[in-house]
Design a protein around this ligand. Sequence first.
Ligand code: CA
Length: 226
Amino acid sequence: MKILIVEDEKKVASFIKRGLEDDSYEVTLSHDGADGFKRASSCEFDLIILDCMLPKKDGITVLHELREAGNQVPVLMLTAKAETTDIVSGLDAGADDYLAKPFAFAELQARVRALIRRSEQDRGAEIRFADLRLDPVNHKVWRGQSEIVLTAKEYNLLAYMVRNAGNVLSRANIADNCWEYPFETFTNIIDVYINYLRKKVDGKFPNKLIHTVRGQGYILKEGSAS
Ligand code: CA
């Protein structure tokens, strides 16, 4: 998942970047509106975090121009304060959500997740890894031609792993992204769910996809040893 951050306050920008990278997003920074617009127009991003007050071209203008050009990338607007006019013009210009500064990082994470999830569902695009296919609209899963029946929780966990394939996911990452409450109390539950998934997703297939990284967590990757 690729995210573009357009924010001229470099401290804020790199703080958001680091946090999102910890969540396994691929993050690009841009520090002014003109450059941000150019990068956003490349259509390679899954989400844009766009500040309102920017040098060269303000955030609302950037957003207007993107939407006029038919670019439907989800946009999370950042506003300096909860100014109703800023929020209204942002939403009018086609922002999908907004966040007033200062904000807690957890709040940003939650908005980012929700927007990405929503846009995947809108697009109805299948999520794929190896011979695994996930249908985000109907929450159906296949490996090759065999359908794998998962519970809602198992589906969310697998979708999160597929979206972050190739990255080691700690139990804290998993808890944060797939459960709504703090993980310290229930790290065992994650292991239990991973085992359910393993049985269903990898059980009868020689090419195992779910792997344990000792002392760190789990990773989705191709390879025979589990
Ligand atoms: Ca700014």
